[in-house]
Design a protein around this ligand. Structure first.
Ligand code: GLN
Length: 277
């Protein structure tokens, strides 16, 4: 079948299956199968797909129809214009989280130390490191699979200013002698366990440990606000991603703990997504 026709049919199928990004999903999956980029696909849409490629595309479409995230099917996702390897062991990087990278870059001079807690694929730490080569970047995660993935991403992106460790929040930093950081950032779990959002879309296939927190989703956010004080330099910044409705509570926690210049930043959807102090 012609590529453009194959694509149109696939997009319709994914739309019927309820994907919110059917056309894009179909394009990304077909690009993955053919080993080409989307520009190529638009240029050469009148070419015929060979039978082998068509069969592989069909297999991926069936998985996508069953709800599997595109990033799990291709094994990668773009974030901050960089390509990150993904796996089912971590959260898939999201555009919303670029707000956290932007907020960090806005206060970061030429050099310093940044700590990223719950780094997952390493997306936040490595996006920051790609923009600030003079900083020493540390990413930690509770899961060894995540740390291995983040290290692999650092190698793949040829970023050697970032290192990654297994750690339960600050535990490994404490064991290393309690180093201090000019910037501590995190995209922790912050969804309440009864949130209906957890029953729809990609989140169904992501680790709950990366998504769900106790206390209506506030438990880890509150924990980090208090704990980070011992690891920040006197003029350092803590920056936390959170849910759209949690900004006021996170700002209150920051103010109560003694942070100054407490504020929030909005994502591209206009939601308060990151709070800092
Ligand atoms: N923003 C993500 C979502 O709503 C959740 C990310 C997180 O819990 N840290 O799917």
């Amino acid at each position: 079948m012609r590529l453009d026709l194959l694509l149109a049919r696939a997009a319709q199928r994914l739309l019927d299956a309820g994907s919110p990004s059917a056309r894009l999903d179909a394009e990304v999956l077909l690009c993955h199968v053919l080993g080409v980029d989307r520009t190529w696909l638009y240029t050469w849409g009148d070419r015929e797909a060979d039978a082998e490629a068509e069969a592989r595309f069909e297999a991926l479409l069936a998985e996508r129809e069953a709800g599997h995230p595109v990033a799990h099917l291709t094994g990668e996702r773009e974030f901050w214009g960089l390509r990150f390897a993904t796996s089912a062991a971590t959260l898939i990087p999201r555009p919303d989280t670029e707000t956290l990278v932007e907020a960090a870059l806005a206060v970061a001079g030429e050099s310093g130390r940044l700590l990223d807690l719950g780094t997952g694929t390493g997306a936040v730490a490595l996006a920051f490191a790609s923009e600030r080569p003079g900083w020493r970047v540390t990413g930690v995660d509770l899961r060894a699979e995540a740390v291995a993935l983040a290290r692999g991403n650092a190698a793949r992106l040829a970023i050697d200013s970032a290192r990654f460790f297994v750690s339960d929040w600050f535990a490994a930093v404490e064991d290393n002698g309690g180093e201090r950081f000019e910037l501590i950032v995190s995209n922790p779990p912050y969804i309440a366990d009864d949130d209906p959002h957890l029953a729809r879309g990609d989140v169904r296939f992501e680790p709950r440990s990366a998504l769900v927190a106790a206390d209506e989703g506030m438990a880890d956010l509150r924990h980090l606000v208090v704990e980070a004080l011992a690891y920040l330099t006197p003029d350092g910044w803590l920056m936390l991603e959170h849910g759209a409705g949690q900004a006021a509570a996170v700002r209150a926690a920051l103010s109560e703990a003694g942070y100054r210049e407490v504020d929030s930043r909005r994502d591209l959807g206009g939601h308060e997504r990151v709070s800092l102090g």
